[in-house]
Design a protein around this ligand. Structure first.
Ligand code: HEC
Ligand code: HEC
Length: 214
């Protein structure tokens, strides 16, 4: 971690994305709110990969400030998802901070959805995640998402060990414009350069990774 400088820090972006209030939540209070969330995000916060359907992201172990930001994004509509929006809309600011603190301190669980992916596809996914594809100006995922794409600070969520179905859905949402809450369109620009095959490959490979360094 010591030698890691996110690419965007070099662009002077860190100040620009620092305007999200650091969540100072109470995880015990958050546990009560989480009773509303378990039907989809599961009691361990691990979510679920649903093949061919809508996957529920793992929340356990994600950064609290990042989680809180996402809930505000659903409320204000810069992230649009019919399953999630009604739940975000019921939460006040303090409840958001509390439930974010609760999920952040849970033990992360393993990603699902990459288990049956052919090796050649996983290799392509690894290439995109770790080296990018300069022929199409796709920057490696880890240059922002941190070593192993396991997250960097409040701004860059861990995507290693997230469910393949969910990762795929987010990249498609950025392509379609139903998710537009990223600072300076960083993800939108990348997603729009990716083909369906690239998305399949990188989502599957990331899902097979552990969420935390071993
Ligand atoms: C009916 C199912 C359902 C319920 C109940 C639900 N969610 Fe979600 N949640 C989803 C889905 C589906 C997504 C992915 C949405 C998308 O694709 O943008 C999601 C996404 C999220 C995200 C974004 C995660 C990320 O990595 O960016 C957060 C945070 C979240 N939910 C928190 C909550 C909280 C807190 C509750 C309870 C108050 C809750 N959810 C209840 C289905 C649900
Ligand atoms: C230039 C920096 C940058 C690069 C490179 C980058 N990302 Fe991101 N990514 C971000 C930021 C910033 C966010 C958080 C957006 C927000 O605040 O909601 C994000 C969020 C995501 C999310 C949503 C995670 C969640 O829990 O909802 C996924 C999935 C994702 N990125 C996948 C990728 C993949 C795959 C690659 C490589 C092909 C990649 N990203 C490369 C900056 C980057």
């Amino acid at each position: 971690m010591k030698n890691f400088i996110p690419a965007v820090a070099l662009l002077g972006l860190s100040a620009a994305v620092g305007d999200v209030q650091a969540a100072s939540g109470n995880p015990e209070k958050g546990a009560e709110t989480a009773a509303m969330c378990v039907a989809c995000h599961q009691s361990d916060g691990g979510g679920k990969h649903v093949e061919g359907g809508e996957s529920w992201p793992r929340l356990a172990g994600l950064n609290a400030t990042y989680i809180a930001k996402q809930l505000h994004s659903f409320k204000e509509g810069s992230r649009q998802n019919p399953s999630m929006m009604p739940f975000a809309n019921t939460l006040g600011d303090q409840q958001i901070a509390d439930v974010a603190a609760y999920y952040a301190q849970l033990e992360p669980t393993q990603g699902q959805g990459g288990e049956e992916t052919p090796q050649a596809v996983l290799d392509r996914g690894q290439q995109i995640a770790e080296r990018g594809d300069w022929s199409r100006y796709i920057v490696s995922c880890k240059s922002c998402h941190g070593p192993g794409s396991r997250g960097a600070g409040d701004t860059f969520p861990g995507i290693a060990g997230q469910h393949a179905g969910y990762i795929k859905a987010q990249l498609k949402a950025w392509q379609a414009g139903t998710r537009s809450n990223d600072p300076q369109n960083l993800m939108g620009a990348i997603a729009k350069r990716m083909t369906d095959e690239d998305i399949e490959a990188v989502a599957a490979w990331l899902a097979t990774r552990t969420p935390e360094a071993e």
